[in-house]
Structures are given as C-alpha cells and as structure tokens.
Design a binder for this molecule. Structure first.
Ligand code: NAD
Ligand code: UFG
Length: 337
C-alpha cells in the first residue's frame, strides 16, 4: 500500500517523505511546485536511495486525484499542500480560501470516491487565535484567527469534523503545529523561502549569512520576559516523528483526533537571536520595529496529550534546531538554487 503525500516537495513534506522512504514505505507525492523545488525530492532520493513517485499537479484538480487513486493502491493521505504566507493571505484572500479550503474539499471528495478515509491534516496553532493563558491545550476553544490563512485552517478543521460526524468510517488527525524550524541533519534538505523570509528563523539565518541586512524585531513592548514575542519552536524532524505516531494511532481509531505538536517550551525573539549567534559564531544585527499586525505576545503548547495518546514527545532542543538550520544555510546559501 502507498501513502499519498500532498505538498510533499515542500519544507515539511520533503522531510516527511524522506522519513517514510527510509522506513521502506511506498510514497506518491502530489505537488504543483508553487512553493517548492523538485530538487528537494531529488535530494531525498540521494539520501534514502529510494524514490517517491512524483506527480506534478494541483490538489484542486479532481481528475489528477482520480488518476492517482486509480493507479496506486493508496490507503492513507498526509495533506501538507497549502499556501502559508500570512501577509499574502491578507492581500489575496480568495486565492488562499480556494487553494487551502477548495484543495481539501477536492481531496476529500476524491478520497471518498476511492474509499480511502484516513487523513492527516497540517493544521496550525493559529486556530487558537488570542489565548490568555499558556500553555495551550487542545481542549481550549479555537479562537478567531487574525488573517485569511489562519481562517482557512480553521475552516478545513470544521469541514473535516463534519465529515467524520456524518461518516464514522473516516479517521482524521488534525495536527496543530506550533513553529516548525530546523532541517535534516545531513544539511541536504531544509526550508528555502522565496524572497524575503516571513518567519523568524529563516530571517535570522539569512542575516547571519549576509543575505539580509538586519533582523527587524517586531515589537519589544509585549508583556513577556524581555518584551519580544515568545513562540514554541519545534524541530521539523520531531514534527515528522509526530506524524508517524499519529498515522499509527488513527489506523486504530475513527473520527477526528486533535493533537498539538510542540515542545511545550517558549523562547523569545531575543533568546532566539542569542542562541543563533552562539551556534553560528557570528553576530546577528537587529533593529526594533513596531509590532506586526495580527501577532500575539506568546504562544506555546501543552504537548502532553500527544505524549499520552501517541507516545510521542519532541526530543530535539533549541540548540540542535538552530545548528541544523545553520548547517543547511551554509551548505546551500542559495537554497535549492
Ligand atoms: P511549504 O510551502 O514548504 O509546503 C507546501 C507545499 O504544498 C509546497 O510544496 C507547495 O508547492 C504545495 N502546494 C501548495 N498548494 C498546492 C496545491 N494546490 N496543489 C498541490 N500542491 C500545492 O510549507 P510547509 O512549511 O512545508 O507547510 C506544510 C503545511 O503545514 C502547510 O499546509 C502549512 O500551512 C502547514 N503549517 C506550516 C507551518 C510552518 O510554519 N511551516 C505551521 C503550521 C502549519
Ligand atoms: N518575528 C520578528 N521578526 C521577523 C519575523 C518574526 O520579530 O522578521 C517575530 C514575530 O513577531 C513572532 C516570532 O518572531 O514574535 C515568530 O514569528 P514567525 O513569523 O516565525 O511565526 P508566527 O508565530 O508568527 O507564525 C508561524 C507561522 C504561521 C503559523 C504559526 C503557528 O508563520 O503560519 O507559526 O503555527 F500559523
């Protein structure tokens, strides 16, 4: 049996495909390469000595999906395909809803037709919106995400809940990622943002290597220990291991299961800079800017439900996350080039 990985050429998806191939699983990747390079999958092949079947196509295209389900014996789907840039989602809301919500609807319809009802969905901590009390548990109500990207994630969660309510043969994991960072320990695959990075760690990394001038710190007047925003950074390889554990668990359950994938530990922007300077052995200049619209002061997980139910726990600490980021950055100054 094969696993379909949508968005499998992307940052998290390529690390997932690498791990699945290492485990001897057969993998079909569907990706339209809107935010990825085929080179990532070539490198995965070089690392694992195995090859995923790659289909360049759009998850919204029913005929492509039907072709995949007709020609491969897929029994589960990992759904990473999506657009993820918060700022862009504010400028292009219809594109985001069409891609992220429309893409999932199309995927679920094709899965239903093919009789495949096991799905792992890449959700996000953004669905909690503004939370007063940390850490965040899965039982806390979802909030009001502050942008179309976040709302698209929440909408998909609701769609998948409705689907499981009406048809108990479905088994769906909603994995709420906190802040994925880091790269494969080989330095061969990693995050390759196009243009100016939106997220903190790729930005710091590009400042350290001299591609960007100075890091803008978005606000130092938050009610946090040093005034800068606090987040729960998780190594992408820990995230991948969380998916493997979730896949095993939903094979034995039905309905919707929700797990936070985080470390349970928050770090501020200034703490991230200090750790990066230590790891890279060079300074990371920064400037203090006004707060970024829609940002929250702090966000970190209570990951204990995943530990209890999945037997999974993030193992890699902040230093390892940033060492691996830096190895990837220095070995690939132009990303996949
Ligand atoms: P990414 O952009 O690197 O990967 C997404 C992949 O999906 C890309 O390869 C892109 O080409 C592909 N894709 C997008 N739309 C598609 C479509 N319509 N059809 C086929 N392929 C399509 O992003 P990532 O960081 O690897 O994120 C993977 C998933 O996890 C996304 O759904 C994202 O929203 C979610 N997520 C990411 C983060 C994060 O900080 N990286 C946090 C929470 C959730
Ligand atoms: N930050 C800066 N300067 C930058 C970039 C970020 O100071 O140039 C700060 C932010 O203000 C925030 C922290 O660094 O305090 C982390 O910001 P990121 O943009 O790296 O991450 P976010 O927590 O804002 O959002 C990320 C993803 C979302 C996802 C969310 C939760 O971008 O898609 O994590 O999973 F929803």
């Amino acid at each position: 049996m094969s696993i379909l990985v949508t968005g499998g050429a992307g940052y998290i998806g390529s690390h997932m495909v690498c791990s699945l191939l290492e485990q001897g699983r057969d993998v079909v990747v569907l990706d339209n390469l809107v935010n990825a390079s085929y080179a990532a999958l070539e490198r995965v092949q070089a690392l694992t000595g195995r090859c995923a079947i790659f289909i360049k196509g759009d998850v919204r295209d029913r005929s492509t999906l039907e072709h995949i389900f007709d020609s491969h014996s897929v029994n589960e789907v990992l759904h990473f395909a999506g657009l993820k840039a918060v700022g862009e989602s504010i400028e292009q809301p219809l594109r985001y809803y069409d891609n992220n919500v429309g893409g999932t609807l199309s995927l679920c319809k094709a899965m239903a037709t093919a009789g495949v009802r096991r799905l792992v969905f890449s959700s996000s901590a953004t669905v909690y919106g503004h939370v007063e009390r940390m850490p965040i548990k899965e039982t806390m109500p979802t909030g009001r995400p502050t942008n179309p990207y976040g709302r698209s994630k929440l909408m998909v969660e609701e769609v998948l809940r409705d689907l499981c309510r009406t048809d108990p043969r479905w088994s769906v994991a909603l994995l709420r990622y906190f802040n994925p960072v880091g790269a494969h320990e080989s330095g061969r695959i990693g995050e390759d943002p196009s243009g100016i990075p939106n997220n903190l760690v790729p930005f710091i990394s590009q400042v350290a290597i001299g591609k960007c001038g100075a890091l803008p710190i978005f606000g130092n007047d938050y009610p946090t220990r040093d005034g800068t925003g606090v987040r729960d950074y998780i190594h992408v390889l820990d995230l991948v291991e969380g998916h493997l554990a979730a896949m095993e668990t939903i094979a034995r359950r039905s309905g919707v299961s929700i797990w936070n994938l985080g470390t349970g530990q928050g770090y501020s922007v200034l703490e991230m800079i200090r750790m990066f300077e230590k790891v890279a052995g060079r300074p990371v200049p920064y400037t203090i800017q006004r707060r970024r619209d829609g940002d929250i002061a702090e966000c970190w997980s209570d990951p204990s439900l995943a530990e209890r139910e999945l037997g999974w726990k993030a193992r890699r600490g902040l230093e390892e996350m940033l060492v691996d980021t830096w190895r990837w950055q220095t070995a690939n100054p132009r990303g996949y080039g």
